[in-house]
Write a protein that binds this ligand. Structure first.
Ligand code: NAD
Length: 250
């Protein structure tokens, strides 16, 4: 089918759906200036060593890795980034009463900044907007800890117990939060239309939400510049730019 006809068909599916579930990945935020990991300009594609900063084993064992991670957080593009047309399209979808759940692998808080209700957004990999103590579990706003970096601390410990602080995100090697994953999978199973946007669908278990939705009878749409392992089971695959295409389909 011609891409324009396919976009029209998908728009029709969304219009006739009552429970649209959207799964977003780093690709929805690249047009806001936040690089993805595995795309052609991705952080790991350009520097495979950078993966260590996202690995809990290196982070907990090596103060030098933590110092680098804090420096990276200090200049994280999320602080300046503004939502783009892709994020805004999902706010419209919610206003129209169709957005059943917005499952995101992103940690940048841009869906909430765009205007999606926090209770509709399921952050399966946590958020960079908060810090967590790896010993006592205390959580607090990221900005307060970043201020400590500016006043000379390079690996600020927890002020309550002295434990190692980290962004409240799920690093590689770290357990996901079971209740959050269960909620995401349950929502996927309730969808009548499931749209995966800007994700390479390589990170499990959340990539499995695509098959969960399909098996439960949802129409599955994949909007991603590069092929994904789930393209074969999708009802439509759109290899288009998200900021242009998502507003057209929702
Ligand atoms: P990924 O990096 O594995 O894949 C992103 C995909 O989006 C790529 O296939 C790329 O081709 C596509 N893409 C990028 N820009 C696009 C555009 N404008 N239009 C269409 N397609 C586009 O991302 P992932 O699947 O989300 O997995 C990466 C992990 O890293 C996630 O777990 C996430 O937590 C984390 N991450 C988050 C952010 C963020 O919060 N913005 C950024 C980088 C990584």
């Amino acid at each position: 089918m011609h891409p324009a006809a396919l976009i029209d068909a998908v728009r029709g599916w969304v219009a006739s759906s009552e429970r649209v579930v959207v799964l977003t990945g780093a690709g929805i935020s690249t047009e806001s200036g936040i690089p993805d990991f595995r795309g052609p300009q991705g952080v790991w594609t350009r520097d495979p060593q950078a993966e260590k900063l996202s690995d809990i084993r290196y982070y907990m064992a090596d103060a030098e890795i933590r110092k680098k991670a804090w420096q990276a957080r200090l200049v994280h593009p999320a602080w300046e980034a503004q939502p783009n047309a892709g994020h805004e399209a999902l706010v419209d979808l919610e206003r129209r009463g169709k957005l059943h759940a917005l499952i995101t692998q992103n940690i940048d808080g841009l869906h909430q900044k765009a205007g999606n209700s926090p209770e509709r957004v399921i952050e399966v990999h946590g958020t960079v907007m908060k810090v967590v103590c790896m010993r006592c579990g205390w959580k607090g706003p990221m900005q307060e800890t970043l201020v400590r970096l500016l006043t000379g601390e390079d690996d600020p410990p927890c002020t309550l117990c002295g434990g190692i602080l980290k962004s409240d995100t799920i690093s590689f090697g770290q357990n996901l939060v079971p209740e959050v994953i269960e909620r995401a999978m349950r929502s996927a199973a309730e969808a009548d239309c499931f749209i995966a946007v800007g994700t390479s669908l390589q990170v499990y278990p959340i990539a499995g939400a695509v098959s969960t939705a399909k098996s439960a009878g949802a129409r599955v749409v994949i909007l991603n510049a590069e092929p994904t392992p789930f393209d074969d089971i999708a009802d439509a695959v759109l290899a288009e730019a998200i900021g242009k295409t998502l507003p057209r389909i929702v």
